[in-house]
Ligand binder design. Structure first.
Ligand code: KIV
Length: 250
């Protein structure tokens, strides 16, 4: 798709119905992201997500997908060395993912996974698993030093065998330069329009997590309001008084 100039559309899913809807909607890549921790499990960030969570949700998603590429996220602290990275990648693939993703330019771990024949997506820029050390979600590549380091990391993950790289919160000009410099597709999130594809947390796209939305996410629906409306209508139907009951509306 990169060489044909066709943009890659990627979204996240964590369960069967959403995965099936995304797949039927023609999305190219479905990521079982560790954003699971925030938008499904109710943690403040992704650092509480475990392999058990990811295996469980990769299996549910894969049951709903016929066409899209399902990528499973390796959660924090499970790919600190090549052996662990490979063993945990195998668990996600056995659960149904077709590929795995990890954060950072961890070229030894990427190399071990790819040499074993498992497709690996890299993730550079803002790394959500580091949010506590970083003290927030900050744009990367604003200084020339940081931009040069990002370019170096992108080249390194490509050389290590990654088939694609997510660029999260990378300064758009830097993301454009990286996209032009590497042969693998860049999948941007909050990194400008020049990336070879885009990914969003689906909850941010459809307005399903109304308590927080990143500023770069442009929602296309307001599902939370629909749900609240349906709940209010249901309560009214059940609790709305004897008149409705006698009208036979229950
Ligand atoms: O966990 C996730 O959903 C991600 C994407 C936002 C890229 O890593």
């Amino acid at each position: 798709m990169k060489s044909a100039g066709r943009k890659i559309a990627a979204l996240t899913a964590y369960d069967y119905p959403m995965a099936r809807l995304l797949d039927e909607g023609g999305v190219d890549i479905i990521l079982v992201g560790d954003s699971l921790g925030m938008v499904v499990l109710g943690y403040p960030d992704t650092t509480s997500v475990t392999m058990e969570h990811m295996v469980h949700h990769c299996a549910a998603v894969s049951r709903g997908v016929k066409n899209a590429l399902v990528v499973g996220d390796l959660p924090i602290a499970c790919y600190g060395a090549p052996d662990a990275a490979l063993a945990n990648s195998r668990r996600l693939i056995q659960a149904g993912a077709a590929a795995v993703k990890l954060e950072g330019a961890r070229t030894e771990e990427i190399g071990a996974i790819v040499r074993a024949g498992l497709p690996l997506m890299a993730h550079l820029g803002m790394l959500p698993q580091q949010v506590r050390e970083e003290g927030g979600y900050h744009v990367k590549g604003r200084s020339s030093g940081e931009a040069a380091s990002l370019m170096e990391q992108a080249r390194a993950v490509e050389a290590a065998g990654a088939f694609a790289v997510v660029l999260e919160l990378v300064q758009p000009e830097v993301a454009a330069q990286i996209s032009a410099a590497v042969g693998i597709p860049t999948i941007g999130i909050g990194s400008g329009a020049a990336c070879d594809g885009q990914i969003l947390v689906t909850h941010d796209l459809i307005g399903l997590f109304p308590w927080f939305r990143p500023r770069f996410a442009k929602p296309e629906a307001d599902v939370a309001t629909e749900i609240r409306g349906a709940i209010a209508a249901y309560r009214e139907r059940i609790q709305g008084g004897a008149a409705r009951r006698t009208e036979g509306l229950l």
